[in-house]
Design a protein around this ligand. Structure first.
Ligand SMILES: Nc1nc2c(ncn2[C@@H]2O[C@H](COP(=O)(O)OP(=O)(O)OP(=O)(O)O)[C@@H](O)[C@H]2O)c(=O)[nH]1
Ligand SMILES: [Mg+2]
Length: 252
């Protein structure tokens, strides 16, 4: 599975990967590769390989977690890193002064997905509003209002202290797995229970709360539209009139 952390410059994408690397057990994480210039600017991309064993330990899910460089001049690099992405986390900066940069990054993501033959409405997407510790930020209520207007799950975070990082990642993992499962029937082919796999991943990332609690911290957006995880919910998705349409391109 290829997951990409996208967003404007200095929003905290690399910081999310560093926090996940710190959380992951030694058996689950590979080497975190970062390539930065001075002032924390990612030059090309960061890469963190993660491997999660299923509950029964006979299936391994390998994830390649990338960040893009956020500075506007690196648009072609972002397009390249985005190729074949199965899911995207958009890391936005909560400060009011960054509103335009967040919006520009969203449009840049949409354009680069389109240029890669993909479609943002069909791409598993989770939004993180980072830097909640700073002054002059959008209020919680503003974020909630924005979140409830869209279908993407939205999470608040202070990535530099590790807050909200796990929640964002697990939500992205759930959305992406569910979408790939719809397209490729992964769960059935591999005899893997998606809900169990997510629980295993959370455990291997040293989560101290149950998944429902972690995913329940989202400020809005619906997982329900996707049918959720596991056997109980796959029957629900069969009944549901609004599962997300499967992606047709760029999948792994
Ligand atoms: N106050 C505060 N600072 C943060 C937070 N998360 C990250 N930072 C800081 O913001 C700066 C930029 O973080 P990075 O993770 O390098 O940002 P990036 O999105 O990877 O930036 P580019 O690689 O240029 O796209 C660093 O100094 C981080 O320590 C946060 O939640 N709060
Ligand atoms: Mg970076």
């Amino acid at each position: 599975m290829k997951l990409v952390y996208y967003g404007p410059a200095l929003s905290g994408k690399t910081t999310n990967l560093i926090a996940l690397h710190e959380r992951a057990g030694k058996d689950s994480r590979g080497r975190l590769m970062t390539l930065e210039t001075k002032n924390d600017r990612t030059l090309f991309f960061d890469l963190l390989p993660l491997t999660f064993k299923s509950e029964t330990r006979d299936v391994k899910l390998r994830i390649k977690l990338f960040t893009v460089p956020g500075q506007p001049i690196h648009s072609s690099t972002r397009k390249l890193v985005l190729q074949g992405a199965d899911g995207v986390a958009l890391v936005a900066d909560s400060r009011l002064s960054e509103t335009e940069n967040n919006a520009a990054s969203f449009l840049d993501l949409r354009d680069n997905l389109r240029a890669n033959g993909s479609d943002i409405s069909k791409t598993p997407l989770v939004i993180q509003f980072n830097k909640r510790d700073l002054p002059d930020i959008r209020t919680d209520n503003e974020l909630k209002a924005m979140a409830s207007a869209g279908k993407e799950p939205v999470f608040a975070a202070v990535a530099k202290d590790g807050h909200g990082v796990l929640e964002t990642f697990l939500a992205l993992l759930q959305l992406t797995w569910t979408t790939l499962d719809v397209v490729h029937g992964l769960g059935q082919k591999l005899r893997v229970n998606g809900r169990g796999l997510l629980a295993s991943a959370a455990h291997q990332l040293n989560a101290t709360q149950p998944i429902e609690e972690l995913l329940g911290k989202r400020l809005g957006g619906s997982f329900e539209a996707l049918g959720g995880f596991g056997p109980a919910s796959s029957s629900r998705s069969a009944d549901s009139s609004s599962p997300r349409p499967p992606r047709t391109t760029g999948g792994g």
